[in-house]
Design a protein around this ligand. Sequence first.
Ligand code: NAP
Length: 568
Amino acid sequence: MPGDDSCNIDDRHLFRATMATTNSNSGDFDAIIVGAGFAGLYMLHRLRKMGMSVQVFEAGSGVGGTWYWNRYPGARCDAESLVYSYSFDEDLEQEWEWTERYATQGEILKYAEHVAERFDLNRDIEFNARVTAAHFDSEQKRWGVSTDQGHQVTGRYCIMATGCLSTPQVPQIAGLAQFQGPTYYASQWPHDDPDFAGRTVGIVGTGSSAIQAIPVIADKAKHLTVFQRTANFSVPAYNQDLDPEFVKDFKAHYPEHRVKHRLGLVSSFGGLELPEAQQGVAAMSADDYTEEEMQLILEDYWQVGGARFLSAFGDVIMDKRTNRIVAEFVHNKIRSIVKDPEVAELLCPKTHPIGTKRICVDSDYYATFNRDNVTLVDVRSSPIKTITATGLDTESASYSFDDLVLATGFDAMTGTLLKMDIRGADGTRLADKWYAGPKAYLGLVSAGFPNLFLITGPGSPSVLSNMLVSIEQHVDWLCDLFEHMAQQNQAVVDAEPEAEERWINHVNEVAHSTLYPEGGSWYLGANIPGKPRVFMPYAAGVGAYREICDKVAYEGYSGFSFPEATQA
Ligand code: NAP
């Protein structure tokens, strides 16, 4: 297959410490990867090219991670398809045909499946196997990993490619089990899509998932009742079929586009690209403009659509005045779209600065509330009391429906990691070390958990970036580290506690120089009762972060320790 034949033979000789035993429930590997989403697939591909024996465990029955699970109606990526894709293989990038500006969940899943087939990845993936525990054996210097299917394997490196939004939040609403009709979680949608035609549906939640699902469900259902606790800012996607000429031109310049994304040279520091015409404007402070000029600029961005709307002014997440003007612009858009003024006011987000919760990207979300078959219920002023057999009761009224949809979000960034029983060098549980919030040097390695790596972990740009850009950066950086270790005859790498502490302080400092902490978002853990309130992603952007990681590597992996030489 294209792309797989360029293996560097010298690299292969670096990794022959382990003989893998495959096709059984046990075995010893150079590396164990948890998760076969985009991070796990690329990690597997790279490690295999380095000659390592690798075992991947995946809880789902197929590859794709978030795109395997999140099949709710209307699910699409809110990053544009041409940039939400791997850059590591030129043939793949040129040959794969995206059909729409924003790819559907189905198309992205097909892409992940294609990548797995193209690079022959499936043979090293054990599907339907959820990792339950990972313990570091300090004598053997190996991780022991167990699954719910009885696998017990060991490996030198253990790589958590578990995704940031992979543990659904079961909302703490009384009576959830009493509902007698079907209950659907947006994040675990059934593979045989339910038909809502002629049915009444209630949906709890108005985050990105619900904002995509609501217009599609409303189009089918007899009636849809939307239970909103917090209104969210959403920008029109203006999704459309991709113009072949645009695609041809974009593909002809893929290398330049990719470099811009990796270095954060385009003004959106998350690694998403602005149209050429807008690149000069963004990153500028709103101080350079009058309010009237700002309205014109915002209108331009609104007309282009997408999450890049937030890039109109570089200081929107830093400066309260800018933020207020941008938020009010969206409020006025909502008021102009939604005919009932009371409903429009309820839909105007007023509880958080714009951008401090993940901005949503929609197709006809606000206009859906003009439909006769859609009702908006404010469960902030009158909270949900209980789910009943036939619907739900708020503190002021009862509602009934045939189907219940819960689009109630995720225990983000740490939920999946902490569900596993992960124990480090001295037996400490990761959950205990992270009781006050996640701690990992560069968001990659948590001190005391040697040879355990977190792809797009807390403390890295992660969910504030184009995930594909961040995944590739982490995987490539780790492969360089592994090569360095092999060359230096090092078996074990750990983070130095002081370096980790300094990094965590820096991540916090950056976060607190912005308005993010005011958002009450899942970035902060604020959506999960009892979760420590710590701003988890690194907010300085992918370019700055990459520079730091590269400098660390250049300095011989400063902040990391290499306590053990390779065992024979
Ligand atoms: P979310 O943004 O966390 O939204 C969850 C919603 O459920 C919120 O409106 C929340 O209200 C509500 N909720 C939770 N518990 C509730 C309760 N007990 N009673 C009433 N309401 C309750 O989750 P999400 O929509 O799944 O999105 C999560 C993230 O996934 C996004 O921010 C995005 O990063 C990613 N995502 C991306 C895409 C895309 O690329 N297009 C699509 C979907 C999701 P409160 O805000 O009041 O807590």
